[in-house]
Design a protein around this ligand. Sequence first.
Ligand code: MLT
Length: 411
Amino acid sequence: MATINDNYLKLKAGYLFPEIARRVNAFAQANPDASIIKLGIGDVTEPLPEACRTAMIKAVEDMGDRATFKGYGPEQGYSWLREKIASHDFQSRGCEIEPEEIFISDGSKCDNGNILDIFGDNNTIAVTDPVYPVYVDTNVMAGNTGAANDAGEFEGLVYLPVTAENDFTAEIPSQKVDLIYLCFPNNPTGATASKDYLKAWVDYANSHGSIILFDAAYEAFITDPSVPHSIYEIEGARNCAIEFRSFSKNAGFTGTRCALSVVPKTLTGKAADGSDVELWKLWNRRQSTKFNGVSYIVQRGAEAVYSEAGQAQIKGLVSFYLENAKIIREQLTAAGLTVYGGVNAPYIWLKTPNELSSWDFFDKLLQMTNIVGTPGSGFGAAGEGYFRISAFNSRENVNEAMKRIMEKLKV
Ligand code: MLT
């Protein structure tokens, strides 16, 4: 009889967003006339930028001509895309990142999970709490944790609480950890990290031989010029950090799929025999073996993000969602709620009113206003009593959602 990976049995029954979808579907079936507005999962609603669409249509034509047809592409991505990313997203900000250090992929969620393939099973792993659930669940699947307690905390992980009391930035741990997940601008709290704060993490990582897994999927939403967009803006980060980025949220690629990971050639980890091994070589080996690259058509679409027209169009998209975030922040505040985030990020993090639990507030919001959000406790034990509202939706839906909250939920 084939056996299974028992680690999966330690996971909560469903991944957070499918679980929300399940509850919303049940509500919709019981209330067929309800006009439900989804401000839960951070999924984009606005169409792909014209520059990307035009480039993808041209790429489809390329595939229809023997002279320009493409079969398997490089597993790491086409050099013309990697070069543009290196120069535009990194070198222009003073980060010494070479095109070869960039690996094109089909998503940050996948990269965040897959990266564990190249690390040992004896690392001490730190996550913030609340946190993007993928970091925790993929470690559980990989067997890097014990069982969960009643609060949903897994044995063996180091949880770094982020709450209003510490301004949603985790304290640097006093103990030694080997892998640290950081996400800025943060999902779910919308908090940002200053250069000094990231420098403290980089110094910590370099002095302990730790690796920072830096998720910058929301960097395009940074409006404050003092906030760093990349961990590599911090001196020393080439020796301790891997960065993940995505075209999902800036260019609307959630359904199109394109992202990237950056693994500097200067990064090393320890082998069992005590020798230092280049992580780039392992990641390159992993991607070459388990991944066949992102389609030529999609990579041409991603390349168009860096054209003059593409840049203007993605700025328009980001500003549109940030304006939604501003409306949500202002209206929720006017409704008497305490809100955080939503300035340099597309997520608004609110304190649930009247000490309601996160799931109780989810139910109340759904039943009274037919609006879907994300319970803070779904992101970790310290998220209990908080709630996330996503700014990814049409202006019409955001205005309608805020009107309903003002009418029915004012506290
Ligand atoms: C979220 O809502 O947290 C994100 O959409 C999840 C993701 O990007 O995978």
